[in-house]
Design a protein around this ligand. Structure first.
Ligand code: C5P
Length: 218
């Protein structure tokens, strides 16, 4: 049976998470926040003494970790039975995630974990390589972006809402470093799939973006 997939890729702070979660809700489909898998591995590694340069040990941790996702109104993630949701959003977690995400062996181990989310009646998947590597046969693909200033501002607001201490200048810099690393890595870099719809959300409301995304499916 064919299970449809909608992929939404783009840099951090483009609004992928919010748009994907709401689109999945409207469609009644499953939702994959692939960044949370890399972030979970970052948290798993912080609990060990594994050096971030030691690829074979990182791969072992990635293979051994068990993740449970509860995709209700808010995404809840459990790592080996422990609720790690509150630690996922830290920019420091995102930064470690982006360093280990550049390792081809790590990406290979996490590939199947992501493909397992493709369950009926459909899947909305958000990340950096959803349309290019993980689900190249996806029925619909979107590349969602926004200006660097808007993306930093949105990330800052998101962190404030979660009561995570943040500083706009520091966030702007951290996002810039992370996006550059994600774009320039050799394996599965952040890139627009040739068959994706490009949306610049800088001056759009979330509702307008969702409308455009859902129009693609209709
Ligand atoms: O999307 P999010 O900010 O949670 O992702 C955290 C990091 O995980 C990204 O900066 C990126 O390095 C990595 N990632 C990735 N491929 C994905 C999703 C996330 O490399 N599909």
């Amino acid at each position: 049976m064919h299970i449809p997939v909608l992929t939404i890729d783009g840099p951090s702070g483009a609004g992928k998470g919010t748009v994907s979660r709401l689109a999945a809700k409207k469609l009644g489909w499953n939702y994959l926040d692939s960044g949370s898998i890399y972030r979970s591995l970052a948290i798993a590694l912080q609990k060990t003494s594994v050096d971030f340069e030691n690829v074979s040990e990182i791969v072992k941790v990635a293979q051994a970790m068990t993740l449970e996702f509860d995709c209700g109104d808010e995404l809840i993630v459990k790592l080996d039975g422990e609720d790690i949701t509150s630690q996922l959003g830290f920019e420091s977690t995102g930064s470690i995630a982006s360093q280990i995400a550049a390792l081809p062996d790590v990406r290979r181990v996490l590939l199947q974990k992501q493909r397992d989310f493709r369950q009926a009646p459909g899947l909305v998947a958000d990340g950096r390589d959803m349309g290019t590597v993980v689900f190249p046969d996806a029925d619909n693909k979107v590349f969602l972006t926004a200006s660097a200033a808007k993306r930093a501002e949105r990330r800052y607001k998101q962190l404030m809402e979660k009561e995570i201490d943040a500083n706009l200048a520091q966030i702007t810099n951290e996002i810039d470093v992370r996006d550059r690393r994600d774009r320039e890595r050799e394996t599965a870099p952040l890139a627009m799939a040739s068959d994706a719809l490009y949306i610049d959300s800088s001056d759009m409301t979330i509702d307008a973006v969702i409308e455009e995304v859902l129009n693609l499916i209709r």
